[in-house]
Design a protein around this ligand. Sequence first.
Ligand SMILES: [Zn+2]
Length: 306
Amino acid sequence: MAINRPLIHEIADRTWLVNELGCNNMYILEGDKSSLVIDAGMGYCDFRKIVENITQKPYEVAITHAHPDHVGMIHQFDRICINKKEMGEMFDFCTRKDFDLEEFHWNNRQHIGFWEAWECTEDMINRGDKKTEIVYIDEGYEFDLGGRKVSSWYLPGHSPGHMYYIDSGSRIAFTGDCVNHNNGTHCHAASTHIRYLQKLMDQHGKLYDRIFTGHSTYCGSLDVFSHDISVVRNLIEAHRSLLRGDAKYDSVRNHIHPEMPPIQVVVYGSEIPDAPGGGGRGRGDPRVTPNVPEKLWEDGEEHIIP
Ligand SMILES: [Zn+2]
């Protein structure tokens, strides 16, 4: 006996978190006129039906980034909104029709703990088969739901066109994977990444009070928590320590595939016991472990730490 359907939680007025098998979160926001869905999960439920049971209003689907746990069910929907920089091989791979259980396990077991609580069988797979229209959005794009507005912001790093969304109604920032422990700086130098993170930090208390990420806590928990702002602050400090030259490094093995070579990460913040699912990735974990970026500074940039 285990859970084989998404868990739905109300996290603010007319604001729902839908968690798919302990891994990724999708969100549904309802306004007076229309609704907004944020992200489209992996593909193990009839997500469209869940959305349309919760809201009877017309809705758009906004995507944070094109990874398999965020765009897996886009073909259940008529239209999605995404940053153009997310389109490419990764998008094609994640939205293809032949996604299978094997891949689900490979992807999912890296993220999830509590496998005793979840059940996943092949008949649950529902990737959808619509010819989905793609609308490109960028920073500044606004979804006006009637009585609440959701603004779109750009924070590349985890992926090249990663967007986050701030809702004026619930004062929640929906950040996908751009500021959780799994923070990558593959797209630019550490100095540039600090500037992007600082933008999100500066909005705290002004445009939003709480953060909900693409993963409840960072996965591996059955509970739903907002994401502690110290994670954003510590990510900024982790990148600054790299630029100062006093960063602490650690090599981390994948807890699901310990046979894989360890990767180098920067460690910042105080250690807390590892969350189930591994890696000290739990809720509001003040310890961050971003991957070491390829570049510290942009070419020709003056070396002044932002
Ligand atoms: Zn994710």
